[in-house]
Design a protein. Structure first.
Length: 125
């Protein structure tokens, strides 16, 4: 029976360590890609809502809001306190938000944009 120090045992341990490292790297990469996919609709909304009363309004489709709501829902797949907090803040900010309301209400547009910008800054990507 081989014991510790036997090259056959060490090869198995080294391989197990390599597999653990590959798995950790893979899941880290996948997590960062998921955060990027969540951030994309947020960035899009921030750009689309970036105008004031005197400027020309940026046209946006109704899906601007639904895409962000979908991204907010995706934040719920993790129990990380940081992302739970971001999700809660966005859930609160998007309660009752409609595309038409964003088009017509400058205050709502400004506060929604601020909430989105805060979330983007908190994602740390």
């Amino acid at each position: 029976m081989p014991d510790a120090g036997d090259f056959r045992v060490d090869i198995g341990n080294e391989q197990a360590d390599a597999i653990r490292e590959q798995c950790a790297e893979y899941y880290s990469t996948m997590f960062h890609q998921a955060i990027q996919e969540i951030a994309e609709p947020l960035k899009n909304m921030s750009e689309r809502l970036d105008y004031s009363n005197g400027e020309d309004k940026t046209v946006f489709r109704d899906t601007l809001v639904s895409n962000v709501v979908t991204a907010i829902d995706l934040l719920g797949v993790t129990s990380d306190p940081k992302f739970v907090k971001i999700k809660q803040e966005l859930d609160h900010a998007f309660t009752g938000i409609t595309p038409d309301a964003l088009r017509e209400d400058p205050y709502l547009r400004r506060t929604t944009k601020q909430a989105v910008d805060n979330a983007i800054a908190s994602l740390d990507f």
